[in-house]
Design a protein around this ligand. Structure first.
Ligand code: ASP
Ligand code: MG
Length: 452
């Protein structure tokens, strides 16, 4: 049973970071690690900028961007090899930069940048970071190897947002990659990139390396997928709003999804779904504090507390729709929600009273249009600049007293709306946006900072 170790851009940003990664991988060698790397921090952005500049005819600008990318890699190579990188490595890097330069010349000449070309360019970031790291790591562990993810990550041809072909990918991983893994050696490969049926390079979309890691992990049936980054996991609240927020030890997939919907700095749940579905735990760990705390995400939570985290989102608008005949009228709610459906506006929270319904919509919703559509059959009042604060926890539903405790903690706040999520793992309140940070802090204090 192997382990997947994925390191993000900030974890491979320079020579010192790469040394630290090598130390962690070395420790894991007995576990036959598959190392999945992102591009060195900021590289992908620079490649996108360079390609856009080139296609706009600004070849010099493109070259400057490309040179900064090259300099970053060559600096790291020198740092890793005490000033003297092996000739083959320098040659390999130089060759990739030459190719890149020719591509940019071509773009400037043609004035055309297809998604397919963009993928070929963006993929260079991961190809470079892994080439560099593998060369360094092999100096420490000669049995280890570099592997081209495009040999196994088979996707459709939606360049820029390619969808993995799960069955093919699994079969290819098992036949081509699995045999290379073994105790005492690491295989180093790229996140984010793949290839379609014709062999053209594709990418899974920005930030796609987490997805790659979880796809590899699921196909291989590893013990654990480790996402190494620059935080000690997912926190009980945004530490900028609650100073005593701490990493959550255990998180369920549903909770992670809920927190992501609230914009918490957490993995995009879709990216870890393949691993979670295969029953493989995904951990989020801090590359520079490997002995520190971390978060484990699983299909079902094994956590003991009712409340897992407090999250906040805003601004949102609240629409309060009042109709004195509402209850008498069959189909009133259906008619109301049709207004939103027709305009593709998603309604987030809903709370109903006898003659009114309150609901929240995102700040960018077409308010005037909505109001105009509702007014013919009901009164519609709008409250802007509101925010949602949510108490999230998979065990909320079977823990009595959580709502009472939450409302007591919020006694001095003016709560305008209260709603239990349909999935029953969040209890949300709506307040004035300016009051929301303090409300979050009060809830965090109540559920995480009191001796209980
Ligand atoms: N390098 C890619 C990006 O910056 C993929 C990743 O880092 O996950 O989006
Ligand atoms: Mg990332």
């Amino acid at each position: 049973m192997s382990v997947v170790m994925k390191f993000g851009g900030s974890s491979v940003a320079d020579a010192d970071c790469m040394r630290q990664v090598a130390t962690l991988v070395e420790r894991a060698l007995p576990e036959a690690p598959l190392v999945v790397l992102s591009a060195m921090g900021k590289t992908t952005d620079a490649l996108f900028r360079a390609a856009r500049a080139a296609v706009a005819g600004q070849l010099e600008l493109a070259r400057r961007e490309a040179q900064s990318v090259a300099a970053r890699h060559l600096d790291a190579a020198r740092g890793l090899f005490d000033g003297q990188p092996p000739e083959e490595l320098e040659a390999a890097l130089a060759q990739r930069f030459d190719e890149l330069d020719r591509i940019f010349q071509g773009l400037a000449l043609l004035g055309e940048l297809s998604p397919r070309s963009m993928d070929a360019i963006a993929a260079r970031g991961e190809l470079l970071s892994t080439t560099l790291f593998a060369a360094y790591f092999r100096a420490r562990s000669p049995a280890s190897a570099w592997f081209d993810a495009r040999e196994v990550v088979r996707t459709d041809s939606s360049h820029g947002a390619a969808q993995p072909r799960a069955e093919l990918l699994r079969a290819l991983v098992r036949s081509k990659l699995a045999p290379l893994l073994g105790p005492g050696r690491a295989v180093v490969t790229q996140g984010y990139i793949g290839a379609d049926e014709s062999g053209a390079t594709t990418t899974l979309g920005r930030g796609g390396s987490d997805w790659s890691a979880s796809l590899f992990g699921a196909a291989l049936g590893v013990r654990e997928v480790q996402i190494w980054t620059d935080v000690e996991g997912v926190y009980t609240a945004d530490p900028r709003l609650a100073a005593r927020a701490e990493p959550i030890a255990e998180l369920s997939f549903a909770e992670a999804a809920e927190l992501a919907a609230f914009g918490a700095k957490v993995l995009h749940p879709a990216t870890i779904q393949p691993a979670v579905e295969a029953d493989i735990p995904v951990t989020v760990r801090h590359t520079l504090r490997p002995a520190g705390r971390f978060t484990t995400i699983r299909g079902a939570s094994r956590g003991a507390r009712a409340v897992t985290a407090i999250a906040m989102r805003g601004p949102v608008h609240v629409l309060t729709v009042t109709s004195s005949r509402m209850l008498a009228q069959a189909g009133f709610l259906a008619r109301l929600f049709e207004v939103f459906r027709e305009r593709g506006v998603s309604v987030d929270l809903v709370a109903t009273a006898e003659v009114s319904v309150s609901l929240t919509v995102e700040a960018d919703a077409p308010l005037d249009e909505l109001v105009a559509a509702i007014t013919p059959f009901a009164r519609c009042d709008v409250a802007r600049e509101r925010a949602i604060v949510a108490v999230v926890g998979e065990r909320l539903r079977d823990t009595p007293g959580v709502s009472a405790a939450a409302l007591t903690a919020l006694a001095s706040f003016h709560v305008e709306m209260l709603s239990m999520g349909a999935n029953e793992i969040n209890l949300s309140v709506v307040l004035e946006r300016s009051a929301a940070p303090a409300a979050l802090a009060a809830l965090h204090a109540r559920f995480f900072e009191s001796a209980s």
